[in-house]
Structures are given as C-alpha cells and as structure tokens.
Design a protein around this ligand. Structure first.
Ligand code: SF4
Length: 272
C-alpha cells in the first residue's frame, strides 16, 4: 500500500523546518493529499530569513501554516537546565522546543507524519515513539533525490531559502551543529544574534570550572578573532569541492565544504 492509500480520516501532516527538503515535500504533496496540514515548530530563535521564506511557502501552499511554539523562550529553558548549553550529546532543545509542541499538537489523533528524507539519503528523520503517529517517506517511495528536490523548488518559483548562501541548514541561530564558517556567517550577517549566542555561552559554566561552548573546544570569541583564517580555509575547500563537482549547485558546494569541517548531522526535525 502506498502513502496515497492511507486512511483518509486520519490526520496527515508535513512538519516544515524552513529547509529545502521539507519545503519541497509540502509542494510535492500539495495537490496529492488535499487534507494535508502544514506545521512549523518555531523555537523563537530561527533566522529572519527562515520566517520570510516560510511566509512565501505559506502563500504558495494556499493554506495556513500552523506555527507551533512551546510558549517559552530559549532563555527560560537555559535557566531550567542551569545554563547547560544543548549539544549533540544533550539535545534538550529539540525535545522541548520542537518535538513536544509537535506531539502536543497531534495529541491522541491518528496521524501520518510526512518526512522529506530523500531517496538518496539514508537517515530516518524524526520518528515519534507515540503509537498513533506513523512516519511516511514519500520521496523515498517515489525516488525523489536531491536534484529532483531542486527542480521542485525551482519549478514552484520558491527557490532556496536565502540563508543557504552562508549556512547549510535550517534551525536556530545558535545551533551547535553549525560549522565555524557558519558561525562566521552569523557574525557577519547577524552580529546581534552572534553576540546573544556568545552571552549564552559565557553563562554556560558548570559550577565555575568547566566551560560549555557552542563549538566543541572553541569559544565564539575565538571564532570572532580567527574569522579571517576560517574564511580562507573554507574558501580553499570550496574551490576544491567546486572543481570536483561542477554539476552541483553553489549550495551543495558550500554544504559539502562545510561538512569537511565536521560530519555531525543536526536533529532531523530541525533540518529536513
Ligand atoms: S536547530 Fe539546533 S539548537 Fe535548534 S532545536 Fe534543533 S538542534 Fe537544537
């Protein structure tokens, strides 16, 4: 049974992250599943570019994009966690600011949750442990790969989010999955947000001795002081990447050059 045969009386939801794959999925399913609901789990710490892109996506979809929010600011959660910054090993931000609002919104309803994992990817994405929620992968069923995603977005007129010029993924401005070059991008384009992230970092002491930083082993102050060197080494990686992959887009080249700095993947509900 394919995803188009699923129980029509159940709820069918696409959770948009503000990234290309979930957006392309919403566009792809728009006329296939008319009862589809669109939601965005807003941490309140997304980039202005993400909000702008989602406004455009919402008008393209001609349906309300429900913006879910936990009702608390990041600062309140940070206080609750005694200034212990979230990290790849401790993703309390995802659990509290993304997944909980999403699951609360669904409640006990029978729900099919559509994920934009592409046919050329191996990850599974966010899968709820709640028995009433079933994860669905239309791109995998239909063989939609990265190039097809670009085409869907280009044909729709939406294109890519603007932040892809300097950042490879969607998510919070302080996301710890960012590479150094992306922190430099934040510093140059959103200096106030960089300063805010730095303030959280400076609060992040564990009893005064051990310091938690957004980037493992480096403070944001170090990133600021070394931004020219970070840009130069990224430029060299971009050049090498571009020579190898002339058929790819500038976003791919940027992402893959950035990936060479760190192979860690962000949480999938934040970045699909
Ligand atoms: S985008 Fe990053 S910081 Fe924000 S909730 Fe997801 S993992 Fe946490």
């Amino acid at each position: 049974m394919g995803y188009l045969d699923f129980d029509k009386k159940a709820r069918h939801i696409v959770s948009l992250s503000g990234g290309k794959d979930s957006t392309a999925l919403a566009v792809y399913l728009k006329n296939k599943i008319p009862q589809l609901e669109y939601v965005f789990c807003d941490t309140g710490a997304e980039l202005v570019e993400t909000y702008e892109y989602l406004d455009r996506v919402e008008s393209f979809l001609e349906k309300k994009l429900v913006r879910l929010n936990s009702g608390k600011a990041f600062e309140e959660y940070l206080d609750k966690h005694r200034n212990f910054l979230p990290s790849p090993m401790s993703r309390w931000c995802t659990a509290e600011m993304k997944i909980k609002p999403y699951e609360d919104y669904i409640g006990s309803d029978r729900c099919f949750s559509y994920l934009g994992i592409r046919a050329d990817e191996r990850r599974e994405g966010y899968i709820s442990r709640l028995p009433n929620i079933t994860a669905v992968y239309p791109f995998q069923e239909d063989g939609i790969d990265r190039n097809a995603v670009y085409k869907i977005l280009e044909d729709s007129g939406l294109g890519l989010p603007k932040y892809y010029a300097w950042r490879s993924r969607s998510g919070c401005y302080f996301c710890f999955f960012q590479r150094s070059i992306e922190w430099v991008g934040l510093l140059e384009r959103h200096p106030k947000l960089f300063a805010k992230a730095e303030k959280f970092e400076q609060m992040g002491y564990n009893g005064g001795s051990e310091k938690f930083t957004w980037v493992k082993g480096r403070t944001l102050d170090w990133i600021r002081k070394n931004k020219d060197a970070i840009k130069e080494s990224h430029r060299v990686r971009m050049e090498k990447q571009a020579m190898k992959q002339q058929h790819k887009t500038i976003h791919d080249v940027f992402s893959e050059a950035a990936d060479q700095e760190s192979a860690k993947r962000p949480c999938d509900i934040c970045d699909i």
